[in-house]
Design a protein around this ligand. Structure first.
Ligand code: NOJ
Length: 750
């Protein structure tokens, strides 16, 4: 596959062609410039320095690499078959083991003996930084205890949720840059505090599954390996203000690794994109760890390592189904000078530095990993149970606190719960939890586990004279496939109608990995309550039962917008034209999700940030003041350029603070996620710039929501000047309960 003279010539030639085409500046409709992919300034890849945080580890890594032969170095940075999904090369002579890489992002995968955590989108719906951190920490602990060095997790903004039908949106957090950044920071910190190293993924602009990676796929376009992955064509402003934000936070939190994505960015493979990898990630964000390819994201040897990729995965493993890249195949390119040896050294140093910094070099995780997925089994299957009782409680709590009440005409659902329930199939756990609780109340529970047995369902609900019917519906979504529509699975709209026709107290619980269109049934007066329960993980049943029976007031809020139709959303074409070079033009620029709705005055059904409670809240007394608090949260400093940088200040200094009083005006203890949105003079639409989850407010209690605004939160990106700047004039700041319920307005100017 490589190392022939012919392929060497071809690769060199294509590198040359890319260079000569690269320095074009494109203008998009909004007037901002798009620096195209591989511009000449994007080479060479910046060498690591260790940054401010990893200096000692960097020196040790340098010393290791200085003792290695070229063969050992290329072996180290290449994936091999082994006990895990990814395995780096060992240099046993120097005591460097093969590092084990396993998937996330909702728990260690694919192994037994671990917890199934709530999906990223579910923990996002809690709007609770503490819970997000705790989830990261508990999950990180399980990775470490299962013998994993590097978790392939979390998803920190690729996808960000540009396409509401995107198959993997549920793996990430919010359809918003700022909030995703907050969750990315907390998750990376939580996981790495527990000892495992993280991989922030997928970098960058990975927003659809369709045509994400046609490598070796025959049936899309014949012959094999002819069709390129979808190209995400992103302008420079959207790249900075949206798609990079979460990665900047992951870097600040000290993520050891970043995984580049399958897609192309502005017509260059993400994993060979010298602009996004060398200039932006290693330059602007000053990332000091290793960039690792997604499995099948590498299409050639030299362009990828020269474009900034440090670790090729799965490298020479998986019987070559994704090609056989790097390893010894790199050596002739180094010998001929196409790839400099210093680039290989830097890649090896970037791989080793975080590993040393994490402490794993001296205190490795226990060697117990095991692959239980037959695809990956190479040896005996080992596993052990690393779950903890407190983790079960945490997962249940996240399930409770992420439950998002969309509609409620009952005071508290379930206090008057009586003798009949209808539960559709596949979700057994809620049935078990509800059945258990109802029987203790001397209630009867009937269940039907077939979505389309309409006659049986109607008969069961009617004949049991059910006081309440709970309908569990879903919109299944998974890696590799985008959702065909925004509707429910198996015509469950009809299921809801069938039940509501015979029960005037029908509660709908939705398990979905993104927005579901509800227009057909949401206004049905017999549908008395609707809960978006997201993908809450293994404790799903107990969590939803605790909410439905009124033990806990729901306090989840939507991490995305539910429109009235797919047409309400910005252009988000899941491009599926069977062409050689499929293109996704991000013409909406920064206007994704609620930003599009707000900029175009479109009223959604349920807006971003929306969620009801069993209580009510009043918002009062907004106050805005300039403050100065030097950045104390950055672990690894970025180099992001900003106006008025004087070398000692930081883009992450806190320069303003907004407060507001929130009072629980209802009758039950409940939590409220207060939100802050900014409107900038130079930018359409509103921007989420703060949130504060006020937990367990007693009836009548007033508490202060506090929003600390960092210089970056009050800045926009100037494409012309290539820096973050604070706009002239007043920035409007609004506080409220959601992106549409902004009760109070104030402003700030520099
Ligand atoms: C492909 C997925 O895109 C990525 O998220 C995952 O980590 C790798 N496969 C390894 O399984």
């Amino acid at each position: 596959m490589h190392s022939t003279v012919l392929s060497l010539l071809i690769v060199t030639l294509s590198l040359f062609v890319t260079l000569s085409l690269g320095d074009i500046l494109l203008r998009d409709g909004a007037g901002s410039t798009t620096l195209s992919d591989n511009s000449p300034e994007a080479w060479p890849a910046p060498n690591a320095t260790g940054g401010n945080a990893w200096k000692d580890a960097f020196s040790r890594a340098q010393a290791f690499v200085a003792q290695m032969t070229l063969e050992e170095k290329v072996n180290l940075i290449t994936g091999h078959d082994g006990r895990c999904v990814g395995n780096t090369g060992a240099v046993e002579r120097l005591g460097v083991p093969a590092l084990c890489l396993e998937d996330g992002p909702a728990g260690v995968r694919p192994v037994l003996g671990v917890s199934q955590f709530p999906a990223g989108q579910a923990v996002a719906a809690t709007w609770d930084r503490d819970l997000i951190y705790q989830r990261g920490h508990a999950m990180g602990q399980e990775f470490f205890d299962q013998g994993v060095n590097i978790a392939l997790s979390p998803v920190t903004g690729g996808p960000l949720g540009r396409s509401p039908r995107g198959g993997r949106n549920f793996e990430g957090f919010f359809d918003d840059a700022y909030a995703t950044g907050e969750a990315a920071y907390a998750t990376v910190k939580g996981m790495q505090d527990a000892g495992v190293l993280t991989t922030a993924k997928h970098y960058v602009g990975y927003e659809q599954e369709t045509f994400r990676n046609p490598y070796s796929v025959l049936d899309v376009i014949d012959p094999i390996n002819i069709q390129a992955p979808i190209s995400s064509n992103i302008d420079n402003k959207a790249l900075h203000e949206l798609y990079l934000w979460g990665f900047a936070e992951a870097v600040r939190a000290g993520t050891g690794y970043v995984m580049c994505s399958y897609n192309e960015v502005n017509e260059t493979h993400a994993c060979a994109n010298a602009y996004t990898q060398n200039n932006i990630l290693k330059g602007e964000l000053n990332f000091q760890g290793g960039i690792m390819s997604d499995w099948g994201g590498v299409w050639s040897d030299t362009e990828f390592i020269n474009g900034g990729l440090d670790i090729a995965m799965p490298g020479v493993a998986f019987l070559g189904i994704f090609g056989l890249w790097w390893g010894d195949g790199l050596i002739p390119y180094v010998e001929s000078g196409v790839v400099s040896e210093s680039r290989v050294d830097d890649a090896a140093i970037r791989l080793l530095t975080p590993w040393i910094f994490s402490g794993q070099a001296d205190n490795p995780p226990p060697a117990v990993t095991f692959n239980v997925d037959p695809v990956y089994i190479t040896d005996d299957v080992y596993w052990r149970d690393v779950r903890k009782v407190e983790t079960m409680a945490l997962i249940r709590q996240i399930g409770e606190d992420s439950a998002t009440l969309l509609k409620n005409v009952l005071a508290i659902i379930g206090t008057d719960a009586g003798s009949g329930w209808a539960i559709p199939p596949t979700i057994v756990t809620p049935y078990e939890a509800i059945n258990y609780r109802a029987r203790r109340m001397n209630s009867q529970v009937y269940a039907v586990f077939n979505d389309t047995a309409y006659d049986v369902i109607a008969y069961t609900v009617a004949e049991s004279m059910a006081d309440v019917a709970i309908v569990f519906v879903s919109a299944y979504t998974m890696e590799g496939v985008d959702r065909a529509t925004l509707y429910l699975d198996h015509d469950e709209e009809l299921l809801i109608e069938t039940v509501a026709a015979v029960c005037n107290n029908t509660i709908v619980v939705i398990h979905a990995g993104g927005p579901v269109l509800v227009e057909a049934w949401i206004d049905n007066p017999h549908v008395t309550a609707v809960v978006a329960a997201h993908f809450p993980g293994q404790e799903s049943g107990d969590a939803i039962a605790n909410v439905l029976f009124g033990d806990v007031s729901p306090s989840g809020k939507l991490p995305y917008t539910i429109g009235r139709s797919l047409d309400d959303y910005p252009p988000n074409t899941i491009s599926d034209d069977p062409v050689l070079n499929p293109q996704a033009n991000f013409t909406e620029s920064t206007l994704i999700d609620y930003r599009w709705f707000s900029a175009h005055n479109i009223t959604p059904r349920f807006e971003f940030g929306y969620g009801l409670s069993y209580s009510t809240f009043a918002y009062n007394n907004i106050s805005v003041r300039s403050v100065y608090e030097a950045d104390n949260s950055t672990i690894q400093k970025t180099n992001e350029p900003f106006e008025d940088s004087d070398g000692s200040n930081s883009l992450y200094d806190i320069i303003a603070e907004v407060t507001a009083q929130v009072t629980n005006t209802g009758n039950v203890t409940a939590s409220e996620a207060a939100q802050l949105y900014a409107t900038f003079p130079d930018s359409p639409g509103i921007w989420l710039r703060g949130f504060d989850k006020l937990k367990a407010l007693s009836p009548g209690e007033t508490r202060t929501a506090t929003f600390a605004l960092r210089r970056k939160d009050l800045s926009l990106w100037s494409t012309e000047r290539q820096l973050w700047y604070i706009t002239e004039g007043e920035i409007q700041l609004q506080v409220g309960a959601s992106s549409a319920k902004l009760y109070m307005t104030s402003s700030w100017s520099s």
